[in-house]
Design a protein around this ligand. Sequence first.
Ligand SMILES: [Zn+2]
Length: 423
Amino acid sequence: MPDLRGRILDEVDQLRDEMISFLGDFLRIPTVNPPGDAYEECAHFLGDHLEQHDFAVEYFAAEGRPEHTTDHPRVNVVGARVGEGAGSVVHINGHFDVVPAGEGWTTDPFGGEVKNNRIYGRGSCDMKGGLAAGIFAFEALRRAGARLAGTVEVSGTVDEESGGFAGVAWLAEHGRFASDRIDHVIIPEPLNVDRICVGHRGVYWFEIVTKGRIAHGCMPFLGVSAIDHMGAILEAIRTELQPALAERITAMPVVPDGARHSTLNVNAVVGGQPADGIQSPCVADRCHAVFDRRFLLEEGFEATKEEIVELLKRTAARVPDLDYELSDQMIVHPVRAPEGSPLVASLQRSISEVLETDADIVASPGTYDQKHFARIAGVEDCVAYGPGILELAHQPDEYCDLDDLVNSTKVMALTTLELAGTA
Ligand SMILES: [Zn+2]
């Protein structure tokens, strides 16, 4: 008879078809965000499954959050299977919201179709596939008869794609996710099956409004164009700021390579009259732009903002009548799992056992719910590890490779066994 680790790996193989069928059903629930469709249905789909597999299940509606409405209730689900001893609490968290399907699909984005050893659908990669792997990792432990000392928990949460404020942040603020209740957190975001993601860069979303003076469009010299002034700011960003950002590089192992640098994206520029309406001849008196600045751990938020403030001052000093307002939209500080993280060490061992390769340690170009676990709940031993391929997230024909799905399940099962320990 194989030892416990061997039995667990066998059980994952036995569970393959069951897991694929579960993931297909999961993908067919269109939890599109925005606006946040079918969350309650999806929370209960997960909760019912967990209850049938010996988990005690709790539901958490994000009371008090403005986005938690009658039409689009924000409902999270947490399942716990209590350990038989005094081992560490291992928590697997995944968001079940998905971004809109968008154009360009050759399969049904909400069909969960299986072909070519892949399962297709919006969320298969980011990250219903990963959450399914986490759930079945715990199931494989149960079927193998592992008597864990520590408690295992799994949560399905909402709104990660729009900041996670009614999801992980809400559960952390209300004490359900806290450092005295949870020791290690795996978030199976799509960072590839052989990579462990230890953290992410920071985010500074800000908006700039320029204000001009309206005049007749046949005599624009009598007015002040807010669009021209936004153009001056955009030009300063392109010629002064962006070259400086491209020079900076972080010591964090952010992938892909381009994202090891500081970056800035212009999300939107809107000025003057609506372009699709009836036009009248007017000088634009208002222009509004939104920016997405990703900053490095080494830069920090204060210096990042100060650099924007100084750039605007310099531009205003050379452009007559430039009237602008800067405001913050969202600030996310960079996070990184601590050096010597037991979770990282255990995942490295499990990956080399299951995949017979050394794990790459990476950091994510984008942010995800690790920030809320680390900064609000105080659970620092948190990483992202999951089966999806990073570059497929949010793309048309998103899929999850079925072997990656099974292998990541094995990795999470072995790591849970190590960290929770046996009774
Ligand atoms: Zn995600």
